[in-house]
Design a protein around this ligand. Structure first.
Ligand code: GLN
Length: 449
């Protein structure tokens, strides 16, 4: 009842696309009726969770914030949602985002943007903007998002909450509407590290329905957060901190933090990373290629919006359905993706980008031979104003420079909201560790905040 009231009071933020009001109350009542007499309670007993509208929840609409799926009801639940329910959670509603998780500002939602609760003229980030604002404004306890190229960490950074993207394969993608399958990962928004750890250990782990989910065992993260104090070896990319697009106040805050860590006995070293300017192009070539394939199923026959007007032939029917169902950014990416995969361009773009991706991964492995974690910014600027970048897709894409690296390499990464800008907005320190080292990621993070 408390959260439903908060949601009503903050309706102008447009964080939820749909609130499951009656159902959430019934679920809460049912949990109360069946309350275990003795401890331990199920780990998320009565925890109120909001879910990004790209996660299937059986019997509920899942729209991907698109007209294309406006009326589509999920026939089954995502594995992560099943696991939340088994752990006693209450799913309170589905959260706004950029259409098909494509965007960095929530301005691409077919249902209007979510507003940043700290400054309603500023974007909440994207694509999981609704999930970030729901936690920021206290409209649920924790929320789920998806992170293909920063969509959990960047909105967490813009709204001042914690945003965790686990390793690729750590959480099953079964029931997550695909954007770019080799990048997509479910992520968690929370007010602190403990909550993120608890949700992660509940939903992570192998799943027979997703062959890319990892069999690596899942530790009890929340119980092992407090690691024995020891000096850590931190790396940061010199080219990232020196990058001309980085806001000077963010740079200064990072440099100060590095100095403070050194004073506290840790090692903090700059490593060269000359590939930095290639990662945004590599990301957009590979993800649009995968998107053009993944989104081909939304043709109005198998899935999605169906045009009611007379058509010439089948090709025209598809074209009508897709032109009406998809917004401009999604159409742009499908075109880009089809282009980079087309005969004659495939090797120049797609194959090349895959080679860069491999190089990035190899370089990371070298770094983790010598270091425990990589530190850096999450985004080059704090939350920008609505409209500032909307008509300049390249400027919008370049804002992803610090986040897409973890998705290209499959690393776990977290956004820690520990800084404030003089413009009144928060910003984060981003931490990355090697693949499947979420435990050390969370332990290191606990020592950094
Ligand atoms: N800004 C990234 C993009 O537009 C974020 C995508 C994501 O992580 N879902 O592709």
């Amino acid at each position: 009842e408390f959260y439903l009231q908060q949601i009503r009071q903050q309706q102008h933020l447009n964080a939820y696309i749909e609130v499951f009001e009656a159902e959430a109350l019934e679920r809460a009542a049912q949990l109360d009726r069946n309350k275990p007499i003795e401890q331990p309670f199920p780990p998320l007993f009565g925890v109120v969770v909001g879910i990004k509208d790209v996660l299937c929840y059986e019997g509920h609409v899942v729209s991907a914030a698109s007209r294309m799926l406006e009326c589509f009801k999920a026939p089954y639940s995502a594995t992560c949602i099943e696991r939340l329910m088994e752990a006693g959670a209450i799913i309170i509603g589905r959260l706004n985002c950029d259409e098909f998780a494509m965007g960095s500002s929530n301005e691409n939602s077919a249902f209007g943007p979510t507003l940043n609760a700290l400054d309603n003229d500023r974007v909440p980030g994207g694509s999981s903007g609704g999930s970030a604002v729901a936690v920021q404004a206290g409209l649920c306890m924790v929320s789920l998002g998806s992170d293909t190229g920063g969509s959990v960490r960047q909105p967490a950074d813009f709204t001042g909450v914690y945003g965790l993207k686990p390793s690729y394969g750590r959480i099953s993608r079964y029931g997550l509407i695909a954007y770019a399958s080799s990048f997509d990962q479910v992520g968690i928004f929370s007010k602190n590290i403990e909550d993120a750890a608890l949700v992660l250990e509940t939903i992570a782990g192998a799943d027979a329905f997703d062959s890319t989910s990892s069999p690596v065992p899942v530790p009890a993260y929340s119980k092992e957060l407090k690691a024995p104090e020891k000096p850590y070896k931190f790396a940061y990319f010199r080219d990232a901190v020196e990058h001309p697009s980085l806001d000077p106040e963010i740079k200064a805050a990072l440099v100060n933090k590095f100095e403070a860590l050194k004073t506290a006995g840790h090692q903090v070293e700059a490593v060269e990373f000359p590939l930095l300017d290639y990662i945004v192009p590599t990301y957009y070539i590979l993800t649009t290629a995968e998107a053009s394939s993944n989104l081909s199923r939304f043709d109005g026959v198998r899935y999605g919006h169906r045009n009611k007007q007379p058509v010439e032939d089948l090709a025209d029917f598809y074209a009508q359905n897709r032109s009406e169902g998809f917004g401009p950014e999604v159409r742009r990416r499908i075109l880009l993706g089809s282009f980079v995969l087309s005969a004659g361009y495939y090797d120049a773009y797609f194959t090349k980008a895959q080679q860069v991706r491999r190089r990035l991964f190899d370089q990371t492995q070298l770094i983790f031979k010598d270091f425990d974690a990589i530190l850096g910014p999450t985004a080059p600027t704090p939350a920008f104003r609505f409209g500032e970048k909307k008509d300049d897709p390249i400027a919008m894409y370049l804002g992803d420079i610090y986040t897409v690296f973890a998705n290209l390499t499959g690393l776990p990464a977290i956004s820690l909201p520990i800084f404030w800008h003089s413009n009144g907005m928060p910003f984060s320190l981003q931490v990355m560790t090697n693949r499947f080292e979420e435990l050390s990621l969370l332990q290191v993070s606990a020592s950094l905040v």
